[in-house]
Design a protein around this ligand. Structure first.
Ligand code: SF4
Length: 355
């Protein structure tokens, strides 16, 4: 059953309602090292980052937000633990969203002061519950860390803010276990209407973490649950963005970009298909529309398998054919194939996006 999500804004990025699902990452530089932090964010932006989060551990980190924001192009989420003053400084220095758990703020009056400042500036809070943040009392009440205790913890955090008349929030309920995460998000989804930030926490290194996240997030996104995602990897943050974007494009949920369809190769494959696809991936353009692009290894099954693609390249014994919606529009040599496909993508993107 679909339950409409409230729409909020982090900077100029809409989350919830009918807004497209967005991809986040978290920096791992020292936030007050402005140069390193900015360079890391700019690299992530190249791969399509929508929102960035950074830990704010002290006053220097909070003050650095002002300089960082001058040089980046995505909204900035300040991740705060315990000390409401860090959140206040982050807001003063331009943070677009604050990630806190109200329950672990060290001052109740401080929390009230923070909520007042956020309300005045229309800045949202992300409530982030995970297996490690559940209170002892809730763990005892629900006999351990499980779906019920995770959801109860999230509800408690949310209601703390609601009691202060604050509803401008999104919520994350993360576990490193896929089954627990999926069940917790499903349960919370039916109880509260806030937009959901999805993640499988501590998912592991690139390959393992991407697959774990794709399974967990994929189940939920396919059910219409989830408004923004982070793939948590033990790796460089830009790889989290690559994985997140691939999850969205695989589910046809990407707002823009290329969804690549490429054949697994077989004894009918003409030419060096794997190298050709790798070359395409290195050179593929950033586009403003959504395109399905197929690269197939033969002209026997290739065009048929790629019929639904906006543009398809099928390798032949002599060269390659370029197809548009299953209709052959050009023949070329293998050496020219990637250039011709990229030119056709840019032309079609221009037609679709009106540029
Ligand atoms: Fe083999 Fe052709 Fe299918 Fe590729 S498209 S796997 S080359 S049959």
């Amino acid at each position: 059953m679909k339950v409409e999500r409230k729409k909020i804004y982090v900077g100029d990025v809409a989350i919830g309602g009918n807004a497209p699902v967005t991809v986040q990452t978290m920096t791992n530089t020292i936030t007050s090292d402005v140069e390193s932090t900015v360079q890391q964010i700019l690299l992530c932006e190249k791969y399509g980052l929508d929102l960035v989060r950074a830990a704010v551990n002290n006053e220097e980190d909070a003050k650095a937000i002002k300089e960082i924001k001058k040089r980046i192009h995505v909204p900035f989420i300040a991740d705060i633990q315990y000390d409401y003053r860090l959140a206040m400084w982050a807001v003063e220095n331009g943070a677009d969203c604050i990630r806190i758990n109200p329950g672990n703020m060290n001052s109740k009056n401080g929390l009230k002061e923070l909520v007042k400042a956020l309300s005045e500036k229309n800045i949202p809070i992300r409530v982030g519950v995970n297996s490690g943040s559940i209170s002892r009392e809730i763990i005892d009440r629900f006999h351990g860390v499980n779906v019920d205790s995770l959801v109860a913890s999230a509800i408690e955090e949310v209601e703390t803010l609601e009691d202060l008349n604050f509803t401008n929030m999104k919520v994350a309920i993360k576990s490193s276990d896929i089954y627990t995460s999926v069940a917790a998000y499903r349960k919370f989804y039916m109880l509260k209407e806030y937009p959901l930030h999805l993640g499988i926490t501590e998912a592991g290194p690139y390959e393992q973490g991407s697959i774990k996240s794709a399974i967990g997030l994929g189940i939920l996104l396919a059910e219409g649950i989830g408004n923004t995602i982070r793939v948590s990897l033990t790796d460089d943050p830009y790889k989290e963005v690559i994985a997140g974007k691939l999850i969205l494009s695989s589910l046809n949920l990407h707002g823009k970009g290329i969804n690549l369809i490429s054949c697994p190769t077989c004894a009918r494959t003409n030419g060096e298909m794997i190298a050709l696809v790798q070359e395409f991936l290195k050179r593929k353009p950033e586009i403003q529309s959504k395109l399905n692009i197929a690269i197939m290894g033969c002209h026997v099954n290739g065009p048929g398998e790629a019929r639904e693609a906006d543009l398809g390249l099928a390798m032949t014994k002599q060269g390659a054919h370029l197809f548009r919606k299953g209709k052959k529009i050009q023949s070329c040599s293998r050496e020219e194939a990637v250039d011709i496909l990229i030119d056709a993508i840019i032309k079609l993107d221009g037609e679709k996006s009106g540029n």
